[in-house]
Design a protein around this ligand. Structure first.
Ligand code: ADP
Ligand code: MG
Length: 426
C-alpha cells in the first residue's frame, strides 16, 4: 500500500491551488504557483522559526539534532494527471512502446509511459523550458520515470550515464516544490538531492537553475573543499532545492546552518557510486533527519546487490524502472515463449513441444512440486521419453546419478523443482 493512496491531485489545480497548510511554521500559507499575481513571498531571514521540534537544550549532547516525526503536517505529493492520449493507449500499445524503448518496469499500479512532452502534463512553465532547451522527446527513463515520480511514489530508476536521469527527477521536483507552502524563515529545503561528488553536484545544480528559473525556485550546492561561508549564507536565505555531497551536508546540519524538516522529496543520485565511495553511514545519518512519509527516488547506472539492500531500507513500495539491459533482467540470449494453458492441457502441450524440439540435445523441465516432478517423469517414461527427475526428496546419491546421466546425454530429459535446480552447474 502506498501511504497516500487515494490522495489524487485535482487535475486542474496544481499551478494555482491555494494550499490548506495555513499554520506551517509561520509561513505565509500560500502555495507556490505559476501565477504570482498578488502573492507576497516571505523571503529573507528574520531569525529562527519558533516551532521547530525539540528545544535547544535537548540537542546539546548529540551530533545531529534528533528529529521527531509525530504530528507531521500532511503534504501533497501526487500531481499526476494522465493525458487523455495516454489513457487511450491499450495495454498492447504500452507493451510495444516499452519494448521499443527497452523499458522494463516493476511495482504496483504502474502508470503508462508518456511518449511526448505534451503527454507529461507538466505545467506550461516547465514545458517551455524543455522546449527552449531544444529537446524533442522524453528520453526512455523520462518517458516512464516522469509519470511514476509525479504520482508521488518511491522509485528506483536505472539507466546508463547520459540518459537524462537528472531531468527525470528534477522536473517532478519542480512541480513538487511549486505545490508546497513557501519556505518560512529558518526552513530548510523541500527537495534534497544527494550526489557523490562535487562535479556531479554542480552539474545537477546547473540543470536545476535552468529549469527552475521560470518558477523562481532557488537552489544551492553544498560540497566540501571550499569555504563554508557562501554556502551557509545561501542556506540561511532559504533555498527550495539543495544539491549536496553527504559530508559537507552533515557539517551544515551539525552547525545548524540548515535542517531537513521540510524535505518531502529526496533524491539519491548515482546510488552505486555513493556506496562505492563509502557514503553509506552518511546517507543513513542524513535520511534519519527526514520525515518518513517523504517521496524517495534512487537513481543509478548500475544496481549491485548492496545498493538494492540499502535502497529497500529507505523506500516504501517503490516502482522500479530499468532502461536497456541490466543484469537483473532476463538473459537476452535466451528466447522466452510464454503460453498460458489450463491444467489438463499441459501434458499434451509438453509432448507436442518435445516432439518439435527433441533433437538429442538436453532438455530441462521445471515443475512446481516434487509430486508433479515424479508424476510427469513416470508418465513420460511410460510414453517412451528418456526422462529422469531430481528434487529435494531424492537422496544425494540418486541426484548425483541423475545429474551425471543427464550431463552425459544418456537421459536427455530431466525434470526438476526449482529448489533442486539451483547451482546445477550444467
Ligand atoms: P544521466 O544523469 O542519466 O547520466 P544527464 O541527466 O546528465 O544524464 O543528461 C545528459 C544530457 O542529456 C544532459 O545534457 C541533458 O540536458 C540532456 N537531456 C536530458 N533530457 C533530454 C531530452 N529529453 N532530450 C535531449 N537531451 C536531454
Ligand atoms: Mg546523472
Amino acid at each position: 500500500m502506498s501511504r497516500y493512496d487515494g490522495r489524487y491531485a485535482d487535475p486542474t489545480s496544481f499551478r494555482d491551488r491555494k494550499s490548506d497548510f495555513g499554520g506551517y511554521g509561520g509561513s505565509s500559507g500560500y502555495s507556490r504557483g505559476g501565477g504570482y499575481g498578488g502573492v507576497e513571498r516571505s523571503d529573507g531571514y528574520n531569525g529562527p522559526s519558533t516551532n521547530h521540534s525539540g528545544s535547544k537544550k535537548e540537542f546539546d549532547n548529540i551530533v545531529l539534532p534528533r528529529e521527531h516525526f509525530d504530528n507531521l503536517i500532511p503534504f501533497e505529493k501526487n500531481f499526476y494527471v494522465e493525458h487523455p492520449a495516454v489513457t487511450a493507449l491499450s495495454e498492447d500499445a504500452v507493451a510495444a512502446y516499452r519494448r521499443q524503448r527497452e523499458i522494463s518496469v516493476q511495482g504496483r499500479n504502474i502508470p503508462k509511459p508518456v511518449r511526448t512532452f505534451e503527454e507529461t502534463n507538466f505545467p506550461d512553465y516547465v514545458l517551455q523550458e524543455v522546449l527552449k532547451a531544444g529537446f524533442t522527446e522524453p528520453t526512455a527513463i523520462q518517458s516512464q520515470g516522469w509519470p511514476m515520480a509525479l504520482k508521488g511514489r518511491d522509485l528506483i530508476g536505472l539507466a546508463e550515464t547520459g540518459s537524462g536521469k537528472t531531468l527525470a527527477y528534477l522536473l517532478p521536483a519542480i512541480v513538487h516544490v511549486n505545490a508546497q507552502p513557501y519556505l518560512a524563515p529558518g526552513d530548510g529545503p523541500i527537495v534534497l538531492v544527494l550526489a557523490p561528488t562535487r562535479e556531479l553536484a554542480v552539474q545537477i545544480q546547473q540543470e536545476a537553475t535552468k529549469f527552475g528559473v521560470s518558477s523562481r525556485i532557488r537552489n544551492t550546492c553544498i560540497y566540501g573543499g571550499v569555504p563554508k561561508g557562501p554556502q551557509i549564507r545561501d542556506l540561511q536565505k532559504g533555498v527550495e532545492i539543495v544539491i549536496a555531497t553527504p559530508g559537507r551536508l552533515i557539517d551544515m546540519l551539525e552547525g545548524r546552518h540548515t535542517n531537513l524538516r521540510r524535505v518531502t522529496y529526496l533524491v539519491v543520485d548515482e546510488a552505486d557510486r555513493m556506496l562505492d565511495m563509502g557514503f553509506e553511514p552518511q546517507i543513513r545519518k542524513i535520511i534519519a533527519q527526514i520525515r518518513p512519509d517523504r517521496q524517495t527516488l534512487y537513481w543509478s547506472a548500475t544496481w549491485p546487490k548492496e545498493v538494492e539492500s540499502l535502497a529497500h531500507q529507505f523506500l516504501h513500495d517503490p516502482y522500479k524502472v530499468i532502461i536497456g539491459s541490466q543484469d537483473l533482467k532476463a538473459n537476452h540470449a535466451i528466447q522466452q515463449i510464454v503460453e498460458v494453458v489450463s491444467e489438463h492441457e499441459k501434458y499434451q502441450k509438453l509432448i507436442k513441444l518435445l516432439e518439435q524440439i527433441m533433437d538429442g540435445n538436453r532438455i530441462l523441465i521445471f515443475m512446481e512440486t516434487k509430486r508433479g516432478c515424479d508424476q510427469i517423469t513416470r508418465q513420460l517414461r511410460m510414453d517412451g521419453w528418456p526422462a529422469l527427475s531430481i528434487h529435494g526428496d531424492k537422496s544425494q546419491a540418486e541426484r548425483d546419478w541423475v545429474l551425471s546421466e543427464f550431463k552425459a546425454g544418456k537421459s536427455p530429459i530431466m525434470t526438476a523443482t526449482d529448489v533442486a535446480a539451483r547451482g546445477l552447474g550444467l
